[in-house]
Design a protein around this ligand. Structure first.
Ligand code: AMP
Ligand code: MG
Length: 327
């Protein structure tokens, strides 16, 4: 039999639970980091803790940006680009592991996702409407290959086999930042949240009993959506030809580059990949964009746990096998 004291205690804790749940609400924050919009939204019953969690997410995004930006001349990645052709450069475990994963995903995507694309990529400036000259392009193409990046796991060093090799993690670092941020939220006991960096999102839990709904943008209408995807404990990444681009003589020059031609990939307008991990969905969405509809969907169908939606150059949507109507 429960004593009166025990009953009073359980009524009291029950009331506490009811009031704290009744006080729970959504909190959100948006900032411009890593050259894009970063946002976090979470459900919590304590405003101070929610604010602390959002501060941590924002600091984490800044930390990763300082490590991996090629726009910051003192970032760890810029040090690699400046020195790795001459000597093996020792890097942090975090940067080493991300480069290692990026190279592995290069193999998975049959070379479509290639971080050495940057040898030609560095000659593009989408704000200024600048593209590489033919000479620059040909010189760069001869050094674009993931084989030109040599990793030494024992002392976590990176070395380039040739002069002129450059690497850029723009197609994978946002996914990494989103995963890291979600890990922090989980460690703080948050059960329901979404973290987004540009086109890459990772959700924690569900949206109060329902899946989260993440919109897929209409590639040719800024505020239009073509679909809303339900996601739960998953990541979703979209790569689009509308993120960074300019048009000249009716041709769209945008930020996703074919490593074989050094030109923007133009067979599709956007690719969305859904899967268990934002680092992989980020790199795969970029890689599938380069591969195009047929080869890209074939690749996704060959992988467990990943699905994709491709919007082709005519605006038509195509789905991987698991998302086809009736699947
Ligand atoms: P996302 O928006 O995730 O598709 O990434 C696009 C970014 O990935 C670009 O802004 C570049 O930094 C980088 N990128 C472009 N082309 C490639 C490529 N073929 N392989 C790897 N990264 C690329
Ligand atoms: Mg990507």
């Amino acid at each position: 039999m429960k004593s009166l004291k025990q009953i009073a205690y359980s009524v009291f804790t029950g009331l506490l639970l009811v009031t704290s749940v009744a006080n729970a609400e959504w909190f959100d924050r948006t900032e411009a980091i890593m050259g894009t919009q970063v946002s976090v939204q979470l459900w919590h019953d304590n405003k101070a803790i929610a604010e602390m969690c959002m501060d941590q997410v924002i600091s984490e995004m800044h930390r990763i940006d300082h490590l991996m930006s090629t726009y910051k001349s003192h970032s760890e990645l810029s040090m690699v680009n400046a020195n790795a052709a001459g000597e093996a450069v020792a890097v942090s475990d975090e940067l080493f592991e991300l480069i290692q994963l990026a190279l592995e995903l290069g193999v998975v995507t049959q070379g479509a996702f290639d971080i050495t694309y940057a040898s030609v990529g560095k000659h593009y400036d989408f704000r200024k409407g600048q593209i590489p000259s033919e000479t620059q392009k040909q010189a760069a193409l001869s050094v674009i290959s993931i084989k030109n990046v040599v990793l030494n796991e024992k002392d976590t060093t990176v070395r380039f086999t040739r002069e002129g090799v450059r690497i850029d993690l723009g197609g994978i670092a946002k996914g990494h930042a989103v995963e890291s941020a979600v890990r922090l939220l989980r460690a703080n006991g948050v059960e329901s949240a979404i973290v987004t960096a540009g086109g890459d999102s990772r959700v924690l839990g569900d949206h109060r009993g329902r899946p989260w709904a993440v919109g897929i943008r209409d590639p040719r209408q800024k505020d239009g959506l073509v679909a809303r995807m339900p996601v739960q404990e998953e990541a979703i990444s979209t790569s689009g030809d509308y993120e960074r681009y300019f048009e000249a003589d009716g041709v769209r020059y945008h930020h996703i580059i074919e490593p074989t031609s050094g030109d923007s990939a133009r067979s599709v307008r956007s690719v969305t990949v859904i899967g268990p991990d934002a680092i992989k969905t980020d790199a795969l969405s970029t890689g599938v964009f380069v591969l195009g509809k047929e080869r890209g969907l074939e690749l996704i169908d060959s992988l467990d746990d990943f699905e994709a939606i491709v919007i082709d150059q005519y605006g038509e949507m195509h789905f991987s096998r698991g998302l086809e109507p009736g699947a």
